[in-house]
Design a protein around this ligand. Sequence first.
Ligand code: FES
Ligand code: FES
Length: 119
Amino acid sequence: MGCEHGVCGACTMRVDGAIMRGCLMLAVQADGCRVDTIEGVAGSGEVGDLQQAFAQENALQCGFCTPGMLLTAQDLLERTPGPSAKEIREALSGNYCRCSGYHAIVEAVRRTAEARARA
Ligand code: FES
Ligand code: FES
């Protein structure tokens, strides 16, 4: 939880495959839905390469925004496999980071997109 007003993106999760703000949803609204949290996608290895790229690029400091950034970046890379820096910035524009200055985050996402394209 961050702002609890749907602004910061810290609470980002996936509900039936779509990115959602956890703070704007009642638990009962997820009844019967598939809910993916950062713990779930990290545990499955789905975002392992993104996590590694974030670490290599120093794309986090306090780490508070990182779960939301990873889920949003993963969503972007699934929809747009080769995003431009502008597209990455636009996709992440709803996720606030108060520490990193965004450049390293964008670079980590771009680097992951390149690596996935080569795989
Ligand atoms: S806690 Fe900030 S958007 Fe949900
Ligand atoms: S790393 Fe601290 S808010 Fe993003």
